[in-house]
Structures are given as structure tokens and as C-alpha cells.
Design a protein around this ligand. Structure first.
Ligand code: FHN
Length: 688
């Protein structure tokens, strides 16, 4: 079981919320009107196409390149320009591309008008490094925009700020020592880029989105981003612009977290935020295999099932899905892409109502799938995306407070009513034995008012000096819903203290909380057993293996525990070496327990320590031993998985706690790895 630590988009979005701000002169109503088609669309096609499709990922025997091939293979400009006469996509059929996208249920297409290599797929007066200088001599953007318009698909441009070809763009590639920078002017480059953007927003009709990229180099900044945003909006006031127009989208999370950039939506890349926030606009862009540009050797394709469940997952969090295809140099979608578009289209033909125009789920999480919802005239329609169909034919909707008017299968044209019943806080729907769809079956639930859902209480916590501050993550606005908590280790009851954010606790503390609705507990009890050591500095005498070093020494005092999965990224692994760690509590404290967590997975040559010793000190130099244990190697046979060696102390006062654990050194004689290097895996040192 791998414990993945989700990047809470809530935290990122809240941090960034004030920075994905519409242009100053636009009212919220105007902003919403401008965003409406995009929010309703939910699903678009990304196309990365250009000269890099000619080498198709291969250069001098290396086959892992993509659209970055000029950089990753360090191809000099003159060499790369030789792809121009080889770019002749005679099989390009814009109507076929648009038909496949439309049939897949995609509502917009974002295509690379110019990627980082500087090559323009459109007829630009600004440069000869464009499609008109190839044997093809056709304005691809013109043909594609016209094909889109015929089919009611919105055409959008991806445009790279970074340009590896234009003489005025800086910085050069660090290996390009043959291209002088003298006389180069970024200001002049920006003027050139603006003239190209004027071409792209004047010659091809209304454009849906200007999807900027390549904004991360040191010559680009917030001020330039704001200026470019305003400039493009002046050319087409109704256009939508992503947050990469600014500088610093905070890496692949794609959501601006610093500074104050004008932008209309966030752009997580190759990932789906763990949670979304209704009303905050973001779009996940994702490849179908591992490359944006065509790579003829990349066969690592995501399945149609993965892509369809990603679509539902993203929509259930209030986001858009921009799914990428890298066409071949001949102008064809790779067959694997075509197959996936077709499979997605089959599902969308039946279920697109559960995607288009929907909002984020009212549920925090659903064990069997996802949920999207639409509100209209005070009524709510829930779309339950069931990935794991219940074998017992009872679909449980946790915490749904209001009685649905009816439920039915979206695939059932007759909308035959499904039987509804209530089990405590949960609504139960009786469903057929066979799911309508093997990947994602949609059950529709109609409510006569808004979807009011109970959430189990969830908290965020932060270290505050000698204590802890606990905040309730989200409120449930139901008058008979209350969160109650205790700090004495007892389980919360209806008589326990009512939680009101923030609750401040001093270390060590045991915090237990639960939600109650109409005086009945809803959801699990949250337990935070906060030792003195959480958040405190840990120093190691010997460093762990680079392969298993989690977040370094701080992993031993982060309050998070490794699992039985030794590769879960939470363990510190020592190959044939010992652990010696010192926890600095920051000040002399009364200590009544020390516990070390370690892992035994003998099949992976991971053994428990032969000796563990705890010692304390006030000055960090002279230590007094306060607890130890010695074990024979054979004793590990009865230990497997996560173990804890806990020692109660008679309330010694100390500032430093030293934990030593001895590696058995080599695998025992009766072990498959006899004589081989043994591993010692440790995690959390808890001091109370
Ligand atoms: O460097 C580009 C990459 O080639 C690709 O275009 C992706 C798509 O979002 N954007 C940049 C990497 O973040």
C-alpha cells in the first residue's frame, strides 16, 4: 500500500486564488460570461506538432527525445533548420482531425502555433522559419481554424514565449556557444512576439484560448506577463488566457502560487490536483503516452480506461481536461491515439451530460468513483460516476442529507427509477447486477434542492513554537452538524467540547475529534497523537542510502509514518550501516516515552535492528542511556512489517534525545541473501 501524499490543491489554490485574477477592468459577471463556454466544455484536445515530428524522437541512435529534441540532443540551429525541407505533411486532413476530436466529445482544440523551437505552423510575415518555408506551403492554422468553425469546435493557440530560434530571444541554450548574444534585445523580441500574436488573433477569426508556455526563463517576469495579458485581451477582448502568461506557475502543479499575475485559469501538467475548489478555474494537460511531440518509439500509452476515469476525476474536481496528441510528420494522429479517441467518444456519446457544464462534486471522496453535479432552478442533478460497481447491488452515497426525488441510469433512455432507501446518514441506491459500462457507469440522482452533504471532520495542523495549531479544513453548513473533540485521549462524545478553529495545543498532546449530526457521530474519529518531537530538528551521524532517504532526517520527526510498502518514500534506508539520530526538542522538556518505528521485510533484505538504545542529554554532548534492547538476528522471524520499539521513561528532563539502532550487517545464514548486505529501515522517532 503506497501512501501518496496529495498536494492539496486547496492549499495551492487558496494561496494562488488571489493571483489567478481576471483583468482589473472586468466585472465578475463579465469574467463569468467570458469563461462560460470554457467551463461548460470541460474537455479539449491538445496538439503538439512541428518540425520535431520529423525526427520523431530519434537522433543519432537516442530515441527518447520529443518536442524538445533541439535542446535535448543539442542540435545546432543550422542542423535543425534542415528539418524544414523534410516537413511535408501531405496526409494532413484538418477535417478528419476535427471530426475525430468532436466525436471524442472534445469541445476545443489547442494547437502549437509555435513551440519553443520557434517554428511557426502558420504563415507569419514576421519570419521565414514557418510552414511556408517547407514543401507543404499551406497555412495549417488557417485550415484547422476553418475546419473547427465548420464543426462548432473552438480553435485555440498554444504559443511559446521561449524561442530557441529568434536572434533577439535570450537566454540562448547554454551549449549554444556558436550563437552570439551581442545586440540581441529581449524587448525587440517581445515586440516581434506581439506582432505574431496580432497575426494569430487577426487572421483566423475568433480564438478561444491563448495558451502561453515557456514562461520560466529569467528574461520573462510578472510585469511582462501582465503587459502581454492586457495586450492579447486588447486584440480579442473575449479571449481566455492561461496562467503561463505570467512567470512562475510553481512547476508542474501549474497553479500560480506567488506574485500577482493576471490569468484566467491554472494549468496543472501531467497531474490532477488532489482536490479542487468549486468556482476556481483550472485545466489539467496530459499526454496519452510519455511525450507531447510525436515519438515513434514511445509505446507507453495510457489506456482508454485510465483516460476516461481521469476525465471524470478532473470534472469531479471542477477542472478541464486537455488531452494531448502528437501527430506524425505526415500529418496523421498515431493509431494508438485514434483508438483512444474513439473509445472515449463511445463513452461520451452516452454520458457526456455528466461532464459538460458540470461543477465539482459535493462529496469529499467516494470509494467507488466520482461525482459531478449541475444545479438549475434550485434543483440539483448528481452524476455518480461508478468505476467499481457494487457486487451486492447497493450503491451507497455517504452523508447525503436530502431525499432524492429519483435516481436512474444515465444510459437508460427510459430513465427507469432505481429503488432508494436510507441507511442512517447514507442514501442507498439499488442498482442492476451488471454495470452499464465496464469503465464508468453513471447513475443520475435528482434532488429537489441543493446537495447538502455531511463530511467527516478533516483538519490541517501546523507547528506553532511549543505547540500545535489545529484548524478545521472545511465547514459543513448544517445547523445540527457539529465537530466535537477531546485532548485527554478519550473518544469524543456529544458532551465533548465543540470544535472552533483554531484549537491550540501544547506538545505532547493527544487530540481526538469527530463530526456529529443530530447527536450521532458521522465518519471516523480523527486522532492526532502529537509527540514532543513533531517538527523538531533531527541530525544523523550516518546518512541513509540515496535510494531510500524520504525527505531526509526531517522524515524522522514529521508525524507521518511509513507503511508496509518499503518504497513508499517515507522510510530512511541504511545499507549495512547503523542509525544514530539526535532529536533536538529545542528546550529542556519532561520526557516520559521514546518510540522508534522500523520496518522488517526480510524478503527485501530489510531486517530489524539487533540493538536499539535511547539516551538523553541537556547539552547534546554528554548522553545518559535511558533505555535499550538487544535481539538475536533470529528473533526477526516473528517480526514483519511496521514495528515500534517503545520505552517508557520515568519523566526525565532533557533537551536532546539520541536514538541508536544497530544494523545486523549481513543477511543471516538461513536467509536467501546469506552474507549479503542487510538493510535497516527506520522512520518516525516519537518523543512524548
Ligand atoms: O516545455 C513544454 C513542453 O514541451 C510541453 O509543451 C508542455 C505542455 O504543457 N509545456 C512545457 C513544459 O511544462
Amino acid at each position: 500500500m503506497n501512501r501518496t501524499i496529495h498536494i492539496s490543491a486547496c492549499a495551492i489554490l487558496l494561496a494562488g486564488l488571489g493571483t489567478i485574477a481576471p483583468a482589473q477592468s472586468e466585472t465578475p459577471e463579465q469574467h463569468n460570461a467570458r469563461m462560460q463556454w470554457w467551463r461548460e466544455a470541460r474537455f479539449g484536445l491538445f496538439i503538439h506538432w512541428g518540425l520535431y515530428s520529423v525526427p520523431a524522437g530519434e537522433w543519432k541512435g537516442e530515441t527518447s527525445h520529443g518536442e524538445w529534441i533541439r535542446e535535448t540532443a543539442r542540435i545546432p540551429l543550422q542542423e535543425y533548420d534542415k528539418f524544414l525541407p523534410r516537413f511535408n505533411p501531405v496526409k494532413f486532413d484538418p477535417d478528419e482531425w476535427v471530426r475525430m476530436a468532436k466525436n471524442a466529445g472534445m469541445k476545443y482544440i489547442v494547437i502549437t502555433s509555435k513551440h519553443h523551437d520557434g517554428f511557426c505552423l502558420f504563415d507569419s510575415k514576421e519570419t521565414d522559419f514557418d510552414v511556408m518555408s517547407t514543401p507543404f506551403k499551406r497555412d495549417i492554422m488557417k485550415e484547422l481554424s476553418e475546419a473547427c468553425r465548420k464543426e462548432g469546435i473552438t480553435i485555440c493557440w498554444y504559443h511559446s514565449i521561449m524561442d530557441w530560434h529568434h536572434p533577439d530571444y535570450l537566454p540562448r541554450r547554454e551549449w549554444e556557444t556558436d550563437r552570439p548574444t551581442e545586440g540581441a534585445s529581449v524587448d525587440r523580441y517581445v515586440e516581434h512576439m506581439k506582432r505574431q500574436l496580432e497575426e494569430l488573433t487577426s487572421n483566423y477569426g475568433p480564438i478561444g484560448v491563448l495558451w502561453f508556455d515557456g514562461e520560466w526563463e529569467k528574461t520573462w517576469n510578472d510585469a511582462r506577463g501582465r503587459d502581454l495579458y492586457a495586450y492579447v485581451r486588447s486584440l480579442q477582448p473575449g479571449i481566455i488566457i492561461n496562467n503561463r502568461v505570467g512567470a512562475g506557475r510553481a512547476g508542474m502543479e501549474g497553479l500560480t502560487t506567488e506574485g500577482a499575475f493576471a490569468a484566467d485559469f491554472g494549468t496543472p501538467e501531467q497531474q490532477i490536483p488532489a482536490t479542487g475548489l468549486p468556482g476556481v478555474d483550472w485545466e489539467t494537460c496530459m499526454t496519452m503516452n510519455d511525450h507531447w511531440g510525436y515519438n515513434k518509439n514511445d509505446k507507453n500509452w495510457k489506456s482508454a480506461k485510465e483516460l476516461l476515469q481521469m476525465l471524470a476525476d478532473i470534472a469531479s474536481k471542477g477542472g478541464n481536461f486537455l488531452l494531448n496528441i502528437g501527430p506524425t510528420a505526415e500529418g496523421l494522429f498515431p493509431p494508438e491515439s485514434v483508438e483512444r479517441l474513439s473509445a472515449i467518444g463511445e463513452w461520451m456519446t452516452v454520458n457526456s451530460e455528466a461532464i459538460y457544464g458540470t461543477q465539482a462534486s459535493p462529496f469529499r471522496s467516494l470509494s467507488w468513483g466520482r461525482c459531478t453535479q449541475k444545479e438549475a432552478n434550485g434543483k440539483t442533478v448528481l452524476y455518480l460516476h461508478v468505476f467499481d460497481w457494487p457486487a451486492d447491488r447497493t450503491l451507497v452515497i455517504p452523508g447525503l442529507l436530502h431525499e432524492p426525488e429519483r435516481a436512474y441510469l444515465l444510459s437508460d433512455a427510459k430513465q427507469s427509477a432505481l429503488a432508494l432507501s436510507r441507511d442512517g446518514f447514507n442514501m442507498v441506491i439499488a442498482v442492476p447486477r451488471t454495470p452499464p459500462d465496464p469503465i464508468n457507469s453513471v447513475v443520475v440522482v435528482e434532488l429537489k434542492d441543493r446537495a447538502s452533504v455531511l463530511h467527516p471532520a478533516e483538519f490541517t495542523r501546523s507547528s506553532k513554537g511549543d505547540g500545535l495549531e489545529i484548524v478545521l479544513k472545511s465547514e459543513v453548513k448544517e445547523k445540527e452538524y457539529v465537530v466535537r473533540y477531546t485532548v485527554d485521549g478519550s473518544l469524543p462524545t456529544v458532551k465533548s467540547s465543540e470544535f472552533s478553529s483554531p484549537v491550540k495545543l501544547k506538545y505532547p498532546a493527544v487530540f481526538k475529534a469527530a463530526a456529529f449530526y443530530k447527536d450521532k457521530q458521522f465518519g471516523e474519529v480523527t486522532i492526532m497523537d502529537i509527540p514532543l518531537s513533531v517538527g523538531k530538528r533531527v541530525t544523523l551521524t550516518t546518512l541513509p542510502s540515496v535510494k531510500y532517504n524520504a525527505e531526509g532526517a526531517s522524515s524522522l520527526s514529521d508525524g507521518m509514518f511509513g507503511t508496509n510498502e518499503y518504497t513508499d518514500g517515507k522510510w530512511l534506508g541504511f545499507e549495512q550501516s547503523d542509525l544514530e539520530a539526535v532529536v533536538d526538542l529545542g528546550e529542556s522538556s519532561t520526557i516520559h516515552n521514546v518510540t522508534l518505528t522500523y520496518l522488517v521485510q526480510t524478503a527485501a533484505w530489510i531486517f530489524g535492528p539487533t540493538e536499539i538504545e535511547y539516551a538523553v542529554s541537556d547539552d547534546g554532548k554528554t548522553f545518559q542511556k535511558v533505555g535499550a534492547v538487544k535481539k538475536e538476528p533470529g528473533q526477526w522471524k516473528d517480526e514483519r512489517g511496521v514495528n515500534r520499539f517503545s520505552r517508557d521513561l520515568n519523566r526525565v528532563k532533557a533537551r536532546y534525545v539520541r536514538v541508536s539502532a544497530k544494523n545486523i550487517g549481513v543477511c543471516p545464514d538461513d536467509h536467501a541473501g546469506k552474507g549479503g548486505k542487510a538493510w535497516l529501515f527506520v522512520d518516525e522517532i516519537s518523543v512524548r
